[in-house]
Design a protein around this ligand. Structure first.
Ligand SMILES: C[S@@+](CC[C@H](N)C(=O)[O-])C[C@H]1O[C@@H](n2cnc3c(N)ncnc32)[C@H](O)[C@@H]1O
Length: 322
């Protein structure tokens, strides 16, 4: 059993029943570019996207609110950037805050029912002066639920499970689990990775790339080698979690965040639908292009889904464009 796979980088330790984590070698809490630099908001970095219609933010100052605490002795955990304060917070009045107000342990939930469909969340940016007292920065606070990686159902490898050793036995709907963090790739780089993987026996099986497609922007997050616990969530056609795109400030690159979409009980495996991230994981069409057919993969390059849910669609989702 491995102590903490995040090696102290997350607020709570994440254990693993298995020492061998396959191709995974570096834990990171947020996505990085392949050269190791941070994806923190940058107009120049944003232009790496190989979509034609990347927003032109040239000449604009980063969007920040001006929220500061008048009374530092105020015992309220998050007095700033709530919906109630929307008249004083530019970020919230401009883009909304769909989180509940945090309690003393910073527990907050995403109000999934109030969220307009496919709308990226916009949190206050790390540059906003609201810091710790902000009610609109949930996904920037790291992994705060007790989780363990261990072998999942047959043929799926490892999975991520809820194991409440200090939380309540039930994780409520709308709980933030983690980001889906990894190396942040353009479509060209993601294609090259897939070809390299096919030619490298040490790379192992499976596809970890999550595609984030928004109007004018397409990015691919690859946690195969460098990533966080998000990489251990398996696909289910009837999942208990959902991917929500979130920006840390309006001009930041999009991040993928994982939330529970219903209450989750002690010992349940956490899953999401790989087709739900404004795109899908998968580069299986490359298999078809290259004439490769493997066990469980059909002539069209699709992989059989082993989620075993009653609503199973039979095949893993994949991206035709890759
Ligand atoms: C993001 S990883 C999930 C973690 C992975 N099980 C591991 O051991 O590292 C995605 C890969 O897991 C496998 N997988 C995930 N969900 C699956 C499912 N429902 N059916 C079959 N294979 C699945 C596939 O090999 C897929 O490419």
């Amino acid at each position: 059993m491995m102590g903490d796979i995040s090696k102290g980088q997350e607020p709570f330790p994440i254990s693993s029943l298995q020492d061998d984590l396959g191709s995974f070698n570096t834990y990171i809490t947020d996505s990085i570019f392949p050269d190791g630099t941070s994806i923190a908001s940058s107009k120049a970095e944003r232009n790496d996207s190989d979509d034609d219609e990347v927003d032109d933010l040239e000449g604009n100052d980063p969007w920040t609110c001006s929220c500061t605490i008048d009374d530092p002795e105020d015992q309220d955990v998050a007095v700033l950037c709530t919906v109630r304060d929307s008249d004083s917070c530019d970020c919230v009045s401009g883009f909304g805050n769909f989180y509940t107000k945090p309690d003393t342990h910073f527990h907050q939930l995403l109000n999934l029912d109030a969220l307009p469909e496919r709308l990226p969340l916009v949190e206050c940016s790390p540059q906003c002066p609201c810091f710790e007292r902000c009610a609109n920065k949930l996904t920037q606070r790291g992994v705060r639920v007790s989780l363990i990686t261990k072998p999942a159902s047959s043929g799926i490898g490892l999975g991520l499970f809820y194991t409440p050793n200090y939380d309540s036995p039930t994780l409520p709907k709308g709980t933030f689990i983690s980001l889906y963090a990894g190396e942040y790739l353009t479509t060209h780089q993601a294609r090259q990775r897939w070809i390299d993987q096919l030619n490298n026996p040490k790379a192992g099986e499976g596809n970890y790339v999550l595609s984030v497609k928004l109007p004018g922007e397409t990015w691919h997050i690859d946690p195969r080698y460098k990533g966080n616990i998000g990489r251990f969530l398996n696909h289910s056609c009837e999942p208990n979690c959902v991917i929500q795109i979130v920006r840390w400030g309006v001009d930041s690159l999009p991040r993928a965040a994982i939330f529970t979409k219903r209450d989750v009980v002690d010992g349940e495996e956490l899953t999401f639908d790989y087709a739900n991230a404004s795109g899908s994981t998968g580069m299986a069409s490359h298999l078809e292009e290259q004439g490769l057919v493997q066990d469980g993969i059909d002539q069209k390059g699709r992989t059989r889904c082993l989620c075993a849910s009653e609503r199973c669609r039979g095949w893993m989702p994949f991206d035709e464009r890759l």
